[in-house]
Design a protein around this ligand. Structure first.
Ligand code: UDP
Length: 329
């Protein structure tokens, strides 16, 4: 109930003309960067997070900010907020393969029941809604690069099924609310993103390789390292997502960086950026690990006038500085 009271207080204050945004997963890696951007663009922000994978460290700098409220709540539970809401950004979800293994049911619940609650809030408030979907809905893609028209190749019962299918369900539910209830909705498909505030031990390749290289430990390449990913810096991604929300396009849009590389190339890039002498060690490839991934961003370019502007080298510099501080090296 404590959380409800916090929300009430924030609602009373919301008499100003500032747009009000609700960010689920607001204490997470991307949710917290989105919150920063929204505050910088004059929004009032209510961040909701159950802190399962998010951290108050990511929003500590906003303590006392007059336009910021934090509510610790699981978004699969009823979302009660008084006062107007203009935008709902649904970002809450575990988002790394080791999280899905540890939290498969919570992952499924937040993508399904959590999306339902967030859509319900948007409908009730007459707010515009954006769901953070993912390149994972393409599964282990046969079409390359991936366009929004590709329907994907997903193993429903594999280790990533809980994430992929909950996000696919989330997209379907979002379309249903758009069609049935006339809610203004947006669907962004987020490709691999990196930057400060990623969790050091979330198992994803960026924190893994950077921390290994910084500590002079072997760099763990899964499989033969020929699988590809395309990494987008967080500020580029958030800008694209903001533009999508403010656009009038309700069909899915890929946001990501089309610069594709193999995991061996990425390991070498991390080593070079850090000046590390770490050796590469090859570990078994996890089941259903996609062999290739690269966004086709034609739609984002045309509709939003958006494309990434931060080169990998520059983004990695910021990211490495962040992890250095975290590791105390
Ligand atoms: N990967 C790796 N070593 C690690 C962690 C990940 O080689 O220590 C590989 C992983 O097998 C995948 C790629 O890096 O092919 C990206 O993995 P991540 O978990 O970051 O995200 P994914 O894109 O697979 O969801």
């Amino acid at each position: 109930m404590k959380n409800v009271k916090t929300a009430k207080r924030s609602a009373v204050k919301s008499k100003s003309a500032k747009p009000v945004s609700v960010v689920t997963g607001g204490a997470g890696f991307l949710g917290s960067h989105l919150t920063d951007l929204l505050l910088s663009r004059g929004h009032r922000v209510i961040a909701i997070d159950n802190l399962v994978t998010g951290s108050t460290d990511n929003i500590a700098h906003l303590a006392g900010h007059p336009d910021f409220k934090f509510i610790q709540q699981d978004v699969t539970e009823f979302l009660f907020l008084e006062g107007p809401v203009d935008y709902v950004w649904h970002f809450a979800s575990p988002a790394s393969p080791i999280d899905y293994l540890e939290l498969p049911i919570q992952t499924l619940k937040v993508g399904s029941l959590g999306t339902h609650k967030a859509l319900g809030l948007a409908k009730h408030k007459g707010a515009r809604f954006l769901v953070a979907s993912t390149s994972e809905i393409y599964g282990d893609p046969i079409v390359h690069p991936q366009t929004e028209e590709y329907w994907g190749n997903v193993n429903t019962v594999g280790p990533r099924g809980c994430y992929d299918e909950s996000k696919r369900f989330g997209e379907a539910l979002t379309m249903a609310y758009h069609n049935e209830h006339g809610v203004e909705t947006r669907i962004v498909r987020i490709f691999n993103t990196y930057g400060p505030r990623m969790r050091l031990k979330d198992g994803r390749v960026v924190p893994a390789f950077v921390s290994q290289a910084l500590e002079g430990k072997p760099i763990t390449v899964f499989g033969d390292g020929s699988q590809t990913r395309s990494f987008c810096y967080c500020s580029d991604l958030i800008e694209g997502i903001y533009r999508l929300m403010m656009s009038d396009y309700h069909m899915p849009v890929n946001i990501g960086n089309p610069r594709e590389m193999t995991m061996v190339q990425f390991a070498e890039a991390v080593k070079a950026a850090i000046g590390s002498k770490s050796k590469l060690v090859f570990k078994p490839l996890p089941k259903d690990d996609p062999k290739q991934r690269k966004p086709d961003i034609t739609k984002a370019r045309k509709l939003l006038g958006w494309e990434p502007v931060v080169p990998l080298e520059k983004g990695m510099k910021q990211t490495i500085a962040y992890f250095k501080k975290k590791l105390g090296v």
